[in-house]
Design a protein around this ligand. Structure first.
Ligand SMILES: *Cc1c(COP(=O)(O)O)cnc(C)c1O
Length: 840
């Protein structure tokens, strides 16, 4: 296939129809013409009347036009008869893509051409147009962002894939901070339209909900089941192209929007109840209305189960449709589709695929089961007991009566098999069962996913080991061959090229431009430069620039003025007790006490920056935000302490903001309780951009530390095994509080009302929980953390040594590219190959 990238000749992929250069040309001339035409034809504006949003919209359409040939060609490999390629269906309730425009310019290689075209039409500020894009916040954090990185890598590796999910009308809430507290605002991301998506009004599927089942005999005299549902909603496909980095492949993200199956309930209409008919319509649309924030109690959230089933059913029906389009028989489903379940949210796919094959397509159970298992793979993302999905059986039965029967049958056969292999071990049967019989019956979704998949993977080496030893140990015992590790990764296109363009240009100048497509093998060529004085100076200058940009953003958002020469010490991620933002705060209060006592002249100036959202119902996490802001106010107001220490809470941390955050960090805070963070991906983004990590031996930190060298990583704290041992030995945080004077002073200052205008009650629940339970072992790690931070300060005082370590951190983390992760999924789990040979 002839293929041109980023050339001013304007050539593109060959097209079955003769598109004009205005639609496809990649040079500045063609793009400039297209901008004016699109402004006129799509937005009905002349340049002199166009607003900033008009220019953004017409630029977005102009860029999207340039993906269409590749998109259509890639789709053909999944839809046309006689194409043999197996494709990936990545099933995820969340895709946190971030803004599309900048990423598309990078991947299409048209950044400079677009800048030039814009200036020809009198628009000199690409960055203000990039800023105009409202990001689709269709995810909570790491899990949704991982799905987006994987879509980028699948396309870049030329693996045909569809990302299937939900087109939430309201994504993750916007966060404002008022009086130090988090306030949630509705995310109206579709307000000004979405130029990146194409609605496929003719691609729709009916999804049944509720009702009951009924046996019958079909024409062939076979005993079958039918599902007489209470209602039906319709899923409509919305497609967003996902261009690979300078390759022919452009995949798609297909998100389902829920609509009423009929716009009127005719019966209600005929009896004159017009408003009831409209109510029905509204109720149907509710299913894709809003993304659930993490960490909310799930029990009773019937709508959430309906969301999961809704998108899974639409997706599997679509996969069957596409298989039939290709002229393939249904019994070859697993030869053409690998379906990956991103956590248990889509795990109902196991039962739904069985239902579609057996009930709708009259396949025999055994064959359907073999197909289902060979198709599905399950990625586990957490060991936290409270995050494991379990549905009360009555709720499940009410919404999905047929699936309950199917799951009972899956469970019966599975447990029969176990009974034969492990006779007399009733405990084992109870532990493995898909149904938890204790204290009100529950459906265990992780068990359903595990039984129904041929592969189960954790997301970092430590996490996979713990998975095998704890949460899924019985599954590991009965089916060890199902277990794999695939350590997470992040895409260097968004997380280096787009968000750190100056660093990107420097790297390219030194080692050529292949690194963005092959981080794993190319980035290490930077290593010899770590001791090159001139290179170090350039490296430092770029970091300094990035810090000035972040300082500007912080001033604009918070009014706080920070010192760009200070050490930027950053903790950005969702607020959660296991991530231990409050351990960071305890250190800050300790430092505050120390700086008030002794001269601060010798202290290394620091700016400590926090960012992250708390789930609206998670009281402790919201209280930690308030504490951060209260401590920040006291420190920033203190005339002496603020000379060397500033603390900032940057509101509304999201992908767009994060582009300015990761590249500006000197120090990356990865301080979770060992054994609790499955992988982390923020840790990878920071290291790629030259931050050093202070962290525990948790998640992918372990592998990052091994990769960058132990001497280039600030390690502290208990190991996962030590955490468990200490817990088992009746951990008493109060004795640590009693015996550590600095810690006691810090906690007592918080209790005294010093940070809360004398209100001693405000932070009492937090302090109480630390002293009496301390589930996340902050006090056990406190002293080690404080001492480790002292080592950080010492290290930072030698700027050359620090810069060398910074360069080495970047040079040695090439394996944390999501391209490496996707290659492993393709090889170990999916058995899929690129449609264009992978030459790297
Ligand atoms: C990478 C990322 C995360 C995940 O961060 P962790 O530190 O791994 O928890 C969360 N939110 C956003 C916006 C991200 O870009």
């Amino acid at each position: 296939m002839g293929f041109a990238i980023a050339s001013d000749s304007g050539a593109s992929a060959p097209s079955p129809i003769a598109l004009t250069n205005v639609r496809t040309g990649l040079g500045a001339d063609a793009i400039a013409t297209a901008l004016i035409e699109n402004l006129y034809c799509l937005l009905g504006k002349l340049p002199q009347h166009a607003t900033r949003n008009d220019w953004y919209m017409c630029l977005a359409y102009t860029v999207r036009d340039r993906m269409m040939e590749r998109y259509v060609a890639t789709l053909a490999s999944i839809t046309e008869t006689n194409t043999a390629a197996k494709a990936v269906a990545y099933l995820s309730a969340e895709f946190l893509t971030g803004p599309h425009l900048g990423n598309s310019l990078v991947n299409l290689g048209i950044w400079q051409a677009v800048e030039e075209a814009l200036s020809r039409v009198g628009q000199d500020d690409l960055s203000s147009l990039l800023d105009q894009e409202e990001e689709p916040g269709l995810g909570n954090g790491g899990l949704g962002r991982l799905a987006a990185c994987y879509m980028d890598s699948l396309a870049t590796l030329n693996v045909p894939a569809i990302g299937y999910g939900i087109r939430y009308e309201f994504g993750i809430f916007d966060q404002a901070i008022r009086d130090g507290w988090q306030v949630e605002l509705t995310d109206k991301w579709l307000r000004f339209g979405n130029p990146w998506e194409i609605v496929r009004s003719e691609i729709t599927f009916d999804v049944k909900l509720g009702g009951r089942t009924e046996p019958y005999y079909d024409e062939a005299g076979r005993y079958r089941m039918r599902w007489l549902s209470e209602k039906v909603v319709k899923g409509v496909a919305y497609d967003t192209p996902v261009p690979g980095y300078r390759v022919p492949t452009t995949n798609l993200l297909r998100l389902w929007k829920a609509e009423a199956a009929e716009s009127f309930d005719f019966e209600a209409f005929n009896v004159g109840d017009y408003y009831r008919a409209v109510d029905e319509k509204i109720a149907s649309e509710t299913i894709s209305k809003v993304l659930y924030p993490n960490d909310e109690p799930e029990a009773g959230k019937q709508l959430r189960l309906a969301q999961q089933y809704f998108f899974v059913s639409c997706s599997l029906q679509d996969m069957i449709r596409l298989l039939i389009m290709r002229g393939k028989p249904l019994d070859e489903f697993h030869s053409y589709w690998a379906a990956q379940l991103n956590d248990t949210h889509p795990s109902i796919a196991v039962a739904e695929l069985m239902r579609l094959l057996v009930d709708e397509h009259a396949m025999e159970w055994d064959q359907a089961w073999a197909i289902t298992q060979q198709t599905c793979g399950y990625t586990n993302h957490t060991l936290l007991a409270e995050a494991l999905e379990r549905w009360p059986l009555p709720l499940f039965a009410r919404l999905l009566p047929r699936h309950l029967e199917i799951i009972y049958e899956i469970n019966r056969r599975f447990l029969n098999d176990i009974r034969l292999r492990y006779p007399g071990d009733d405990q084992l049967l109870q532990r493995l069962s898909l149904i938890d019989e204790a204290g009100g019956k529950h459906m265990r979704m992780a068990h359903l996913a595990s039984v129904g998949s041929h592969a189960i993977n954790g997301v970092a080496a430590l996490h996979t080991e713990l998975l095998k030893q704890t949460l899924l140990s019985d599954f590991h015992r009965v089916a060890p061959e199902k277990f794999f590790n695939v350590t997470n990764g992040v895409t260097p296109r968004r997380w280096i090229a787009l968000s750190n363009p100056n660093l990107s240009a420097l790297i390219t100048r030194k080692i050529g431009d292949r690194w963005l497509a092959d981080l794993e093998h190319e980035l290490e060529h930077l290593e010899p430069l770590a001791i090159d004085g001139d290179f170090q100076k350039e490296w430092q200058a770029i970091k300094a620039d990035n810090k000035r940009v972040l300082a500007g953003l912080i001033k604009e958002r918070t009014g706080i003025i920070i010192e760009p020469h200070s050490l930027f010490d950053i903790q950005v991620k969702r607020l959660h007790e296991y991530k231990r933002q409050h351990l960071n705060v305890l250190y800050l209060v300790t430092l505050f006490n120390k700086l008030r006592r002794v001269s601060s002249a010798a202290e290394i100036p620091r700016t400590v920056i926090f960012g992250g959202k708390a789930a609206p119902g998670y009281r402790m996490a919201k209280l930690i935000i308030k504490l951060i802001n209260s401590v920040a106010a006291a420190i920033n107001q203190d005339p002496v302490v603020s000379q060397v220490l500033k603390v900032v809470f940057l509101p509304d941390f999201n992908v767009k903001t994060s582009h300015h955050v990761y590249p500006a960090a000197d120090l990356s805070e990865q301080i979770s309780t060992a054994g609790k963070e499955a992988s982390g991906t923020g840790n990878m983004k920071f290291a790629m951009n030259g931050a050093l990590t202070i962290g525990t031996l948790d998640g992918a930190n372990v592998e990052i530390r091994d990769a960058v060298g132990h001497e280039n990583f600030f390690l502290f704290g208990l190991t996962a095994a030590e955490v468990e041992r200490l817990k088992a030995e009746a951990y008493t945080p109060r004795s640590i509080y009693d015996s550590n004077a600095e810690l006691r002073e810090a906690i007592d200052l918080i209790s005294s009302g010093f940070f809360s205008n004398g209100d001693r009650g405000l932070f009492q629940s937090l302090v109480e929980s630390l002293i009496t339970r301390d589930d996340y072992m902050l006090l056990a790690d406190y002293q080690a953390y404080v001492e480790c931070q002292q080592r950080v300060s010492q290290a930072y005082s030698d700027q050359n040594a620090w810069t060398r370590m910074s360069i080495l951190n970047c040079a040695r983390v090439g394996r944390f590219s999501s391209d490496r992760s996707i290659r492993e999924y393709c090889r170990d789990i999916w058995n899929v190959r690129p449609i264009v040979p992978d030459e790297r």
